[in-house]
Design a protein around this ligand. Structure first.
Ligand code: GLN
Length: 537
């Protein structure tokens, strides 16, 4: 088994996750089985309790693990199946070490960062290899080299390499080479210093991936090679992509990165066949059509808060050879200016998941606008709850209908706490999480889109549709097109007769890939295209 460790230097947000995922794409297309994992140095057990302001999106796996959004990149770029073991935080490491200490596993010893914490981390690296039977395990270390909290992880990979054969381990360091406008030059000094920090710990990178805005010249590559003690051909340029993040694997292939990795790790494989991937890129870069989709949320100013949603919408575009312009709409803006004024230019409206009351009324207004004006609508999780609240208020005339999450005393609790949640008090990892089965009504739009009567989708919620209101809704024309197999939990609602009004209690965005767009997103974009054409006629 071979191991690639991905570290990052100089600044955060370098796209280490994307780089790791892209290496995964290339190696898979060379016929290798890859496993990807992420180490996060923070002390939270998982990111499930963090705000999007802190952490961006929380990405949910089939097994219900709430994980770092980089795992979303891993799943979108490769076919690897991820579980809770693929994301390790310092919180989990310490929890496990302390449990062992209490059990008496270390009896007689002083429990220390080296070797007990670092052993725990190394075990996880081996475990992923054993569980997956992968040819190559790619481990990304979160944070930036030099962070105090990241040190045990970096020390652990150094120890791991010490015990392994030289051609079984590769260190890849992603760094930043800034362009200084006033000097008109790319600067290598931050990278030199970042790599020096890594070498202080005892790790010399085998490969340097340089994030930059402008191409690296031969001289700069030579300089980076000399000062960072990395072979010239292992200085790899990763310039900002023009159109799409899905271009990164192709760019790295052009730089010869996968050849270099295979040579260094003595992996004998065919060349990566990227034909299929290139067709995706073609549709992304020169689509035959273009639509604007409004995503109405409350963290719209953040790049990463709705990461998987934005990606899935783009995949829906790929399925229809259609470019997507995403308009990030602040729900509070709608409250202020009115839905029609804010959303007029959109051919599709999407309400993503969310928690807390802020912006909820704006989302309800956006939904009413989409439903009444025949604009394609896709609601995800909170988006489905909002759709039913809107329907209750405006079609059933249930004044003040609400979710008990936002108005515990409402006269019409059309959305209420799940039964299984009644006695739950802990906040971490206690929602209804992960993959659950769902049965589809045969004559529904959902069944037609999925092309199947039984599906599995990922969940992350505490509240659900209140069945006491089901008949009333049905009589007024809302269709419950997806439910749990026992019929108890509403999973999908739709409005028959509307060009596309579908909302799900689950999160379909977590299962969409550029080369396998999710049917709900493909259908949504197809309807948005039709709506756009109608507008123009
Ligand atoms: N806040 C809602 C609930 O807990 C919706 C959650 C979500 O959108 N992920 O049910």
């Amino acid at each position: 088994m071979k191991y690639i460790f991905v570290t990052g230097g100089v600044v955060s947000s370098l796209g280490k996750g994307l780089t790791a995922a892209s290496i995964g794409t290339l190696l898979e297309n060379r016929g290798l089985k890859v496993a990807l994992q992420k180490f996060d140095p923070y002390l939270n057990v998982d990111p499930g309790t963090m705000s999007p302001f802190q952490h961006g999106e929380v990405y949910v796996l089939d097994d219900g693990a709430e994980t770092d959004l980089d795992l979303g990149h891993y799943e979108r770029f490769t076919s690897t199946e991820l579980t809770r073991f693929n994301n390790l935080t310092s919180g989990q490491v310490y929890q496990s070490v302390l449990d062992k200490e209490r059990r008496g596993d270390y009896l007689g010893k002083t429990v220390q960062v080296i070797p007990h914490v670092t052993d725990e981390i190394q075990n996880r690296i081996r475990e992923i290899g054993d569980k997956t039977g992968a040819d190559v395990v790619i481990t990304e270390i979160g944070g930036t080299i030099g962070d105090i909290e990241g040190l045990p992880f970096v020390e652990a990979i150094r120890e791991f390499a010490l015990a392994a054969d030289r051609d079984d381990v590769l260190f890849l360091h992603v760094t930043f080479v800034p362009f200084i406008n006033a000097a008109g030059e790319l600067k290598t000094k931050p990278t030199q210093q970042g790599v020096a920090k890594l070498r202080e710990i005892g790790i010399t990178p085998d490969v340097l991936v340089c994030r930059c805005e402008k191409p690296l010249t031969k001289e700069l590559r030579q300089k980076l090679s000399l000062f960072c003690n990395v072979p010239y051909e292992a200085v790899i340029e990763e310039i900002d992509v023009e159109h799409s993040i899905y271009e990164v694997p192709l760019m790295l292939q052009c730089e010869g990165l996968d050849d270099l990795i295979c040579k260094r790790l003595s992996l004998k494989t065919k060349e990566a066949d990227m034909g299929h991937w290139k067709e995706v890129i073609r549709k992304l870069t020169t689509p035959r059509d273009r639509v604007r989709i409004g995503v109405v949320g409350k963290y719209v100013e953040l790049q990463d808060a709705y990461k998987s949603v934005y990606e899935a919408v783009i995949h829906g575009g790929v399925a229809n050879d259609c470019g997507i312009e995403i308009e990030r709409v602040d729900a509070e803006d709608i409250e202020e200016k009115g839905a029609a004024n804010v959303l007029r230019g959109c051919s599709g409206i999407l309400i993503p998941g969310g928690f807390g009351e802020r912006g909820v009324e704006g989302k309800i207004q956006a939904t009413q606008y989409a439903r009444e004006n025949n604009i394609p609508y896709l609601g995800l999780c909170l988006g489905m709850q909002i759709a039913t609240i809107e329907f209750a208020r405006n079609m059933l005339q249930l004044k003040g209908a609400h979710s008990t999450e936002f108005d515990p005393g409402t006269d019409h609790p059309v959305i209420a706490l799940l039964d299984e949640q009644q006695n739950v008090t802990d906040k971490g990892g206690t929602m209804r999480l992960g993959s659950q089965p769902c049965s589809l009504k045969p004559d529904s739009l959902a069944a037609r889109l999925y092309g199947s009567g039984k599906i599995h989708e990922r969940h992350r919620h505490r509240y659900e549709f209140n069945n006491a209101y089901r008949e009333m809704f049905e009589a007024a024309g809302l269709m419950f097109s997806g439910t749990s197999p026992d019929g108890n939990l509403v999973e999908i609602v739709e409005v028959p007769g509307h060009p596309f009004f579908v909302a799900s209690q689950f999160h379909p965005e977590f299962k969409s890939k550029p080369n396998k767009p999710h049917p709900l997103f493909s259908g949504f974009i197809e309807a948005a295209q039709a709506c756009d054409h109608d507008k123009k006629v």
